[in-house]
Ligand binder design. Structure first.
Ligand code: SF4
Length: 239
């Protein structure tokens, strides 16, 4: 039996997303996620970089009955071991369904086809192969997805809507903590004892693949340590 959300056309979904973006601008992160769970049910997932488990934790609180929310993690093959450890801990202790997506090729297979360290020579292609394509395939079964994007992370994220339309993927894109500051994240982590990546206590403010992430310096924005020294600020997942 198809549900109401499955019968909606993309135009209807887009209008729904834009209206919800206006209606929920002042709602709490938990209310936004509850709206997503109520509206899309199993057609909704949360994505997590495992920098922290804040959105996954919120999703575990937004669950309805026995239906836990899917938390999608992209394992690029280049993650810090602390990131994989955070993923494993979330899977072990949280009331969510962790789904790990992997690229079509292992790092060794990619090296054989494109040469070693593609991330240094063509990071856009590397991100496309190891992040963008796997996410695109992984999101095929969903009509809506949530991210941990925040407006205060960088100028490129300053206009992130709490609910919007992902034109590229033709899906509803939800950013429940878009309005949060780093202080809000820290307060939520402290209040709920949420799992965080140990690297956050070691000078890293935004955590991606190991070859493309460095610690941030005093006064730098949180994403300054990503692809530092290269003309790249986003992996393409949110463009
Ligand atoms: Fe490759 Fe770096 Fe992108 Fe990871 S962040 S997929 S290593 S270019």
């Amino acid at each position: 039996m198809t549900t109401a959300q499955e019968r909606r056309t993309n135009d209807e979904l887009k209008a729904l997303a834009e209206q919800a973006g206006r209606d929920l601008e002042d709602a709490s992160a938990l209310e936004i996620l509850q709206w997503a769970v109520d509206t899309f049910g199993s057609g909704f997932c949360v994505t997590s970089s495992m920098e922290d488990a804040v959105v996954a934790h919120l999703a575990s609180r937004a669950r309805k009955g026995d239906a836990v929310v899917d938390v999608v993690f992209l394992d690029t093959g280049y993650h810090f071991e602390e990131t994989i450890g955070t993923r494993d801990a979330v899977e072990a202790v949280m009331d969510v369904n962790v789904i790990t997506l992997t690229p079509r090729q292992t790092v060794a297979e990619q090296d054989a086809e494109y040469g070693a360290k593609l991330h240094d020579r063509d990071p856009d292609l590397c991100c496309k192969l190891r992040k963008v394509q796997p996410l695109e395939e992984g999101l095929k079964g969903y009509r809506a997805w949530a991210t941990g994007l925040r407006r205060d992370e960088s100028p490129t994220r300053a206009n992130t809507p709490v609910v919007g339309w992902d034109e590229k993927r033709q899906k509803v894109k939800i950013s429940p903590i878009a309005r949060w500051t780093q202080e809000d994240v820290d307060a939520y982590v402290a209040e709920h004892g949420v799992l965080t990546n140990p690297l956050l206590m070691d000078g890293y403010a935004s955590i991606g693949c190991a070859p493309c992430t460095r610690r941030v310096l005093a006064g730098e924005d949180a994403r300054a340590g990503r692809w530092a020294g290269r003309a790249k600020t986003e992996c393409g997942l949110h463009g």
